[in-house]
Write a new protein. Structure first.
Length: 319
């Protein structure tokens, strides 16, 4: 059985063909070139699917995209990084342009939700006797997904589990969505870099000043992690703060969804034990006593293919 999964991002489109176990059989990557407009991007998606389709055909196609979107209607509603995508019935368009029979479903999934499903089926949650999983990606922003009783939690209109918008501090900084004090505004890679840039601008005693040649605008989360791994005390304190903030989001999720496993992925979590040790100890201290021993916190297993594999997993759920 051949399944195609397409991961559409603001800068690149990744397409894969897999078998029903999620084994990748073929892979194609193209730039999104989102500024060229909706039609051009859809054209690239169609061409990629055709390139990935073998002679014997495919059983299903999944497409993962940033929200907002409606997975039931198969419609995309103006994602921030894809200009012009205002109420685009993507699944219907692909079905028609590819001239697919009704027996071959085209499925749409929020990219972070899809990644949660992929980790459950093929990654950190695979080969484990679990039915309840929470996934966070701590990267430029913060996204997430929830698996409960073995099924992806979608909510009334397909927009459940926007875990990056848990409110951690009502007096906190403005989030990109317009709210204040959201998890994403406080603990994303972008937020970590902003806090480090402020310290560099203040000329604190830190190796990060030299690493960016005194230019605060060049500070990234990766630089903070690198400096912390080298023992820089300022960077280490920033990573300690980051770990406590991530733990606050994880504690909220544990109290809300009672998962057996919490999977943490995204570029910031590439810091490894430097971050995981703080997160695990702070979560253990922060959860209510009854929850202790009921969950495990683990790193994501799928890396850069999680979005495309999430689209495959969503497509498989329709068969």
């Amino acid at each position: 059985m051949n399944i195609i999964g397409i991961d559409v991002g603001g800068t690149k489109i990744l397409g894969i063909r897999t078998d029903e176990q999620g084994k990748i059989l073929a892979q194609v990557r193209r730039p999104t070139l989102a500024s060229e407009g909706v039609e051009a991007v859809i054209g690239r998606i169609v061409a990629m699917i055709r390139e990935l389709t073998p002679e014997e055909g495919v059983a299903a196609i999944g497409v993962g995209m940033p929200g907002p979107l409606d997975p039931v209607k198969g419609e995309v509603y103006n994602p921030p990084n894809l200009p012009g995508w205002k109420t685009v019935p993507l699944c219907r368009i692909l079905q028609e342009r590819l001239e697919l029979p009704e027996s071959v479903p085209v499925v749409l999934v929020n990219d972070a939700n899809g990644a949660a499903l992929a980790e459950f089926k093929f990654g950190a949650g695979a080969n484990k006797d679990i039915k309840h999983l929470v996934y966070f990606t701590i990267s430029t922003g913060i996204g997430g997904g929830v698996i409960t009783n073995g099924k992806l939690l979608l909510g009334a209109s397909g927009m459940a589990a926007e875990l990056g918008h848990i409110i951690l501090d009502v007096n906190g900084p403005e989030c990109g969505c317009g709210g204040y004090g959201h998890f994403e505004a406080l603990a994303s890679g972008t937020a970590l870099a902003k806090e480090a840039a402020r310290l560099v601008e203040d000329r604190r005693e830190t190796s990060m000043v030299e690493m960016v040649e005194g230019d605060p605008s060049q500070v990234t989360a990766e630089i903070v992690v690198e400096a912390a791994k080298a023992g820089d005390s300022v960077a280490c304190r920033l990573m300690e703060r980051e770990g406590l903030l991530v733990a606050a989001g994880v504690v909220s999720a544990i109290h809300s969804f009672n998962p057996e496993i919490v999977v943490l992925g995204g570029g910031v979590m590439n810091a490894g034990d430097l971050l995981f040790n703080t997160v695990r100890s702070a979560v253990e201290a922060g959860v209510m006593p009854a929850y202790r021993g009921t969950y495990e916190i683990v790193p994501a297993a799928l890396g850069g293919t999680s979005g495309a594999l999430g689209a495959v997993a969503a497509a498989l759920d329709e068969l």
